[in-house]
Design a protein around this ligand. Structure first.
Ligand code: FES
Length: 73
């Protein structure tokens, strides 16, 4: 990945909300994973994602996908 692609990814990670109810960006989810959260429950506990009105119905699949991407690398 080029430096420009890295910067674009970082910008998009800050702008893209994974948990819409709590306005938690993808960057915060990735940071939690990088700092050791390895399960959906751990990511939710650290970030506060999943505690909104939909009780994680919308963000849980997205968190699982990001965790999956992380484990593939
Ligand atoms: S989108 Fe995360 S709790 Fe609703």
């Amino acid at each position: 990945m080029t430096v420009e692609q890295n910067i674009n990814t970082e910008i998009m990670d800050k702008l893209t909300k994974v948990c819409l109810c709590k306005a938690i960006p993808r960057s915060k989810i990735k940071k939690a994973i990088a700092e050791g959260a390895r399960t959906v429950a751990a990511v939710k506990r650290v970030t506060g994602a999943g505690s909104g009105n939909c009780c994680g119905r919308r963000c849980t699949p997205k968190i699982e996908e990001i965790l999956g991407d992380y484990q593939e690398v």
